[in-house]
Design a protein around this ligand. Structure first.
Ligand code: NAD
Ligand code: LMR
Length: 365
């Protein structure tokens, strides 16, 4: 048995976590041979329901669940964490855009970025789920000057999964045979689900579907899927969000399948002409715990227009939260050139970390 890793999770008594925690404890996120320590973090008023969830976890007798600790204080909860899942934030209600949550949710992530910077494991991998996820991830990363921007990501895997699931339903193919879809941009209604490079059963996807349906119906369906779920359920997606979190972290840690890629919100290095330093969803391949943007995809005029619209929206969101973005980290976020293993980021401005630096193998404090 490997030594356990520490996973800190905020919003641990919320709806997403209710599906997520049990999946993590069965080994779905990291692997069937990796014991986990869950460091569950909540608001003080939610500690009693959280205690109930911890009892249920215990009652499942999961062999991989090494231990659980409960925290009403982020600093305590994040100590030594190898993985941090920032879920705790207010969800939107019917008729709202996710960006309307900025005023309420954004300040949470500045404080959490600072605490991760001080207290988490040095090779920590952070996933921001709380909305608006891209901008919140940017705030957390910009407040962690001693960590690499490559260690902070935002969840757009739910949009990626929606793209595959809805395509599968439309074509009759199995989702596993739908590959190389990309979701570009913001986790918002400007995101662009791109099928130009996608394949179904190894053949180009676009010629296999009606072009008008793709342009006029499909794209908007993906962009507005979150709202449609809120309208139908009265609460935002939870189980599918938990599944997407599992998929995002699993692939980041263990690698993406051959012949495929995934969509992740990551700091832009300027690839595909996207403004450097914003958190934008790109197609990425993961290996050895690192990710790299898939390069060389041809971008049509149609795609470019949509990618730019989402980029502009992220720049506007960044302007709105500028008071939460310390100036000292602005340069490093704009000069990111190569992301190697997380925790090791090379910059093209001469402040690179030593070149031969590897993941820490002794992962338990
Ligand atoms: P929820 O209201 O059911 O649960 C949120 C939990 O977070 C609550 O228990 C609350 O007490 C806790 N919380 C709030 N602020 C906290 C803080 N500072 N520290 C610790 N805990 C805190 O909401 P949910 O359905 O679980 O959704 C959580 C967030 O995830 C929302 O912002 C939602 O919009 C977002 N979301 C994002 C995606 C995505 O794909 N990126 C998908 C679904 C939901
Ligand atoms: C989703 O995409 O389902 C989540 O971001 C929740 C929302 O507000 O739509």
């Amino acid at each position: 048995m490997k030594r356990p890793v520490r996973i800190a999770i905020t919003g641990a008594a919320g709806s997403i976590s209710h599906s997520l925690l049990f999946k993590i404890a069965t080994g779905e996120m990291i692997g069937q041979d990796q014991p986990v320590i869950l460091q569950l973090i909540e608001m003080p008023q939610a500690m009693e329901p959280l205690r109930g969830i911890a009892m249920e976890l215990e009652d499942c007798a999961f062999p991989l669940l090494h231990s659980i600790s409960l925290h009403d204080n982020f600093e305590e909860g994040v100590v030594g964490a190898h993985y941090v899942l920032l879920i705790g934030a207010k969800p939107r209600g019917p008729g709202m855009e996710r960006s309307e949550l900025i005023a309420t949710n954004a300040p949470i992530f500045a404080h959490q970025g600072q605490a991760i910077n001080k207290l988490a494991n040095r090779d920590v991998k952070v996933l921001v789920v709380g909305n608006p996820a891209n901008t919140n991830a940017l705030i957390a990363s910009r407040n962690a000057p001693d960590l690499s921007p490559a260690q902070f990501t935002a969840l757009t895997r739910l949009d990626h999964n929606r793209t595959r699931g809805i395509m599968a339903n439309h074509t009759g193919a199995n989702p596993k045979d739908i590959r190389r879809v990309t979701v570009w941009g913001n986790h918002s209604s400007t995101q662009f689900p791109d099928l130009h490079h996608a394949t179904i059963y190894g053949e180009p996807a676009l010629p296999q579907i009606d072009q008008d349906w793709y342009r006029d119906t499909f794209i908007e369906k993906i962009q507005k899927r979150g709202s449609a779920i809120i309208d139908a359920r009265g609460h935002s997606s939870a189980a599918s969000a938990a599944q997407a979190i599992i998929n995002h972290m699993h692939d980041w840690i263990n690698g993406t399948p051959e012949n495929d890629w995934v969509s992740m919100g990551i700091v832009s290095d300027g690839s595909y002409g996207i403004e450097k330093g914003i958190i934008y969803s790109f197609p990425v391949r993961c290996d050895y715990g690192r990710y790299q943007i898939v390069q060389g995809l041809e971008i049509s005029e149609f795609a470019r227009e949509k990618m730019t619209l989402s980029e502009q929206e992220l720049l506007t969101e960044m302007e709105t939260v500028k008071d939460l973005l310390p100036k000292e980290t602005g340069e490093s976020h704009r000069n990111l050139s190569v992301c190697l293993r997380s925790g090791t980021t090379l910059y093209d401005d001469g402040i690179s970390l030593p070149k031969k630096q590897y993941l820490q193998t002794d992962r338990v404090r």
